[in-house]
Write a protein that binds this ligand. Sequence first.
Ligand code: UD1
Length: 460
Amino acid sequence: MFVVRGGQPLRGTVAVSGAKNAALPIMAAALALDGPTTLRNVPELADVTTLGQVLQSLGVQCERLPGGVLTLAVDDDQPCLADYELVRRMRASVCVLGPLLGRRKRACVSLPGGCNIGHRPIDLHLKGLRALGAEITVERGYVFAKADRLIGTEIYLGGSFGSTVTGTCNVMTAACFAEGTTTIAAAACEPEVVDLGHFLNRAGAKISGLGTPVLHIKGVERLHGVEHTVIPDRIEAATLMVASAITGGELRITNVCRPHLAAVTDTLRSIGVSIEGSGTTLRVAGHQPLRPCDITALPYPGIPTDVQAQLMALLTQADGISVVNDKVFPDRFLHIPELCRLGANVRREGASGIIAGGRPLSGACVMASDLRASAALLLAALAADGDSVIRRIYHLDRGYERLERKLNVLGADIHRVTDTPENMPQSLLLSADEECEPTVDSTDSPPPPKFLTRARQHAE
Ligand code: UD1
């Protein structure tokens, strides 16, 4: 668990790591390449390690070298089974489906299973692969896919919540091995999909339209080994931007790709955060007072759903009513009750969180439910008065490279300790005579009727 002492403005320079969500599908695609692959700027994360284990079980040798380098080389192209025990630990393991089917002509991949951020089917992945001619059955919790030949065709990949990021990765990679040309309409435009496309093109694929919703892919016989540098992590960059804003600090954030952060930058500016950018660097300064804002998480180039929770944490400190909607994962709000434990006034209405902001946060013991929720709780704890404890930080370790070390260098006070009663800060232990004496005034007036009316309008 983390023990966090809040209240320190963060100052200094911090470098963003490589993008987890780009590295994972690229690693998976390496199993379809003939010849060794060298990846640079690969973050050291639990998810990267897990996918490395999945790939090893599929006959790919993965070696981590110093300086963010990962080498991958296929030494056995026969295995086609991605087992439940590995896939259940990380949904992104499903990214091996398209590469396996494309290169090895068959795949048996466990269905990923439940997830804390809401229902996450893979029907669009399967629809796209079936359209290419794969025979697919789902039984005993596994997807069985086979195709002696894949044939290029026109595929529409849109769903009720927009396109699918990893689904586009799977279908695009399989289509590289199809006979003829494939057109994917409603393809995901996320930079991570584009990075995978660049990687595949460098390996000999013929993909055009990357970054737009319509991709054209001319099939090829083989893809060859390649070197590639993974793009910077826009979600980590956004998290650091919010860290600067929520603590009233000033950070110089390096190794960013600024165009990937356009929606986040615009939103933070409208909240009152100063942001200046030049080249691959951003300077972000938090000022008081912050302004409330209505935001909606959308597919790229909108505000990423992966930053929704962090922005909500920030908006708890903006005086007034803010509304946060999530159109990508409408149930991704498990962080709300935990933010409330830190003193925030947030309520959920359908696919929205309604925030009555401006109330100071105070340290408490909270529980992380998923990766980005844990980042949001850490940010809120940095802004809170006193000590906080964040439990289940293994979620954070899945997707952020050494985040607490990076933040501590900037002035944060975060300790990683084992979750035992002795490590609980004294300030969070109540004695019997304190039990009925809150230190925070709990007699705050309830939200005014205007707040409720507005919330309901938004929910409709
Ligand atoms: C990826 C990211 C994740 C991010 C998400 C949305 C990786 C490893 N993970 O997840 O961090 O939050 O994109 O930007 O890159 N859907 C369907 N059917 C499908 C597939 C998806 O209905 O077959 C729905 C999902 O339930 C969700 C929406 O489409 O509502 C977007 O999901 P998707 O883009 O597939 O997310 P992931 O690729 O799993």
